[in-house]
Design a protein around this ligand. Sequence first.
Ligand code: MN
Length: 492
Amino acid sequence: MKQDSERIKHAIDMATKAHEGQFRKTGEPYIVHPLAVKKILEEWGMDEDTIIAGILHDTVEDTDLTLKDIKQEFGESVAFLVDGVTKLSVARNGMRDIDTYLPETKDNFLRLMIALGSDIRVLIIKLADRLHNLRTLSALPPDKQKKIAKESLEVFAPLADRLNMGLLRVEMADLAFKYVDPRRFEELKTLIDKYNKSAAQSLKKIEQEIGEALNKEKIHFELSGRVKSVYSLHKKLAKHNQNIGEIYDLTALRIIVDDITDCYLTLGVIHSLYTPMGGRIKDYIAVPKQNGYQSLHTTVITKDKRIVEFQIRTKEMHEYAEHGLAASFYYNEQKLTESYKTGKIEHLPTNLLWITELQMTAAKLREGKKVDLRKLKLNLFADKIFVYTPKGDIIDLPKGSLPLDFAYSLHSEIGDHVVGVKINGKMSNLNKKLEQGDVVEILTSKNQTPKQTWLEKIFTPHARQKLLRALRIKNEKDKEKPDQHIPPVKKK
Ligand code: MN
């Protein structure tokens, strides 16, 4: 464990004194909470200013300490972070009844968070704060438990997902879901446990087979099982009419290898051992998810007829999938000076390059160069809009996105079959730019095929890539048609 720096020790002293005589609902002295937040932020690998702001995050709102005091003792940056967290909590308290702002108006709070999150570290502190409050939720009265849990599910867990903080998203969602629907939680937990038990034996065999095959190819690897979260199973079951037979990732194995080449080699090894299921191979390395997530996914049928999902990724991708943005702070700090000098920034997906920019600025500062400090407070969401599915799921898209971008961001199957769009309940057209807060419903038809002209009605590279691929496949099919006597190429 790293020793606390003098600044951190000083912050702990100040917070302890300030919160003196205050107690949590658990009966413990209040200081336990900020210290827990500090520990979480340290585990996420956050920088010292963020950790200090975490220690002090409740002082301005709840004690006699002022922002001025904090600025004097710890500087501008810490004061800015504490101020952000305070404003967020004051504004939230203003929305007295969580039920009235969820789910229909939850974007109010989300927008507020976005506005205040112009320094993303404000949101990261808020997430750490919420995580500890969820971990100790049992001390609150039941009606408060439910409200906080519901808000966590609808606002904070999606936010963690947007920042690709996978571990946090899973822990938050499951902690919260337990309070929102305790019976369903137990039911599904039992189901997952039972399933895991029944799969244990054959998983062992699969691990062995894969291990031998990878060793033979001299691929260095780590293999582990992935536990499916109760809440994500709940959501998937709802999508598939409660038919558990349609959930293909109940059993999932994760393989971590040294580099990208080994990722693809490993995929080949798996497919030579087991039969891949059609349409279930996903290359999130070439085309990362919008939150920057990277991995290869494939679902196979094993020799004893089990359906198993594999996730293949490098160590770096793994770290990023678990800790997301926080990991980037940590990782980049170590690598940055070098990549800054060579001018090469490669390891982050392009849609998250702003983090690299942030870190480059920090590196310049360390080298004693002059930089515009305002640039450090990059507005992450400035170029983004948030729109909703009719079910209330939040989809974030770049400003300027059109209905087809929305459709393709949901699924390529949806994108390929678009026949129309309703925006806020009214029929609209595919040229209509989406706006903040729109509820977008995509109308599809099985008979529809992707059109060349759609290329002009698309804004995001993500959707363009998907459409181009669909057009290519369609053209190939069209070419095959007139020559019926030539047998089609057999696919393995
Ligand atoms: Mn707090």
